[in-house]
Design a protein around this ligand. Structure first.
Ligand SMILES: [Zn+2]
Length: 281
């Protein structure tokens, strides 16, 4: 009897027939795999309320978390990447840029804005990983440089939120020059006695770690962030030794003296505001 006996083995639903919740409403925590509803994520500042995992977010979310009433003025919005090397890999660099802009609504891997945090003026430059892996090209370097000039001119503290895979390959040496440019500008900011807070988020690697991300008057990180210069495989092959457990996590980096604090994102605004009050005094 066909009713009692399963004739077809397994129940197979093709991908097209599967019914799924609309994109973006539910999200699975990458760490504990529990489902998170979008509104819960927003309420909990994009931290998993089961395991405390800090979801990767972009400038839009960081601005909304940090700035009072989500009010800010975006700075230097007209900067776009050139293509001095006429670079082509699997596609033309110019096509990659316009395609990524169309997909993400972003013009490059960083946005800078002036707003208030608990009533104190602050300029925040925040990287976006969705834009070519948060890679540091000329636009990233230039926006940071101009943000620092703006901070010096208006005597406002500077917060840099890093999230990056490092240099932008398609800009080769032009990308590497941004390390020197941003570092020199930060030295001027220091001379002007204006506080610089660097916040390292998951992941902060390569030339970004090797320049502005580690140059803060205070360097802080979100828990569990990957922070490093070269990837673990490259290091392992170079030193021919196994790497210690937890290598390149924020916690490990803190223990070895490269960070001042690890701050939970849910306490970030309050902590930053108290730093700013303290540093400005
Ligand atoms: Zn979780």
């Amino acid at each position: 009897m066909a009713w009692f006996k399963r004739e077809v083995k397994g129940i197979i639903t093709t991908t097209q027939e599967k019914k799924e919740a609309p994109d973006g409403i539910w999200n699975k925590c990458p760490e504990c795999k529990k489902p998170l509803h979008y509104s819960e994520q927003v309420e909990n500042q994009y931290v998993c309320h089961y395991c405390g995992y800090h979801l990767r977010i972009g400038s839009k979310e960081y601005f909304s978390i940090l700035f009072d009433n989500n009010e800010f003025t975006e700075l230097f919005t007209n900067l776009r990447s050139g293509d001095p090397l006429e670079f082509v890999d699997t596609k033309k660099y110019t096509d990659r840029i316009s395609e990524t802009t169309r997909k993400t609504g972003l013009k490059d891997a960083i946005r800078s804005a002036h707003g208030k945090i608990e009533g104190h003026d602050l300029v925040v430059a925040c990287m976006d990983f969705n834009f070519i892996g948060g890679s540091m090209g000329s636009v990233v370097g230039e926006k940071i440089a101009r943000s620092i000039d703006y901070c010096i001119e208006h005597k406002i503290p500077f917060l840099m939120i890093s999230k990056s895979g490092g240099a932008r390959m398609m800009e080769a040496a032009f990308s590497l020059m941004q390390m020197a440019k941003t570092s020199a500008k930060l030295a001027l900011l220091g001379q002007a006695k204006i506080p610089y807070i660097s916040l390292l988020t998951d992941p902060t690697t390569g030339g970004v770690t090797a320049s502005y991300a580690m140059l803060g008057d205070v360097n802080i990180a979100e828990p569990g962030s990957l922070i490093g210069f070269a990837g673990p495989r490259v290091i392992k092959e170079t030193i021919k030794k196994d790497l210690p457990k937890g290598f390149q996590t924020a916690e490990f980096v803190l223990e070895h003296g490269f960070l001042d604090f690890i701050v939970d994102r849910r306490e970030m605004k309050e902590k930053l505001a108290s730093f700013i009050k303290m540093l400005a005094a």
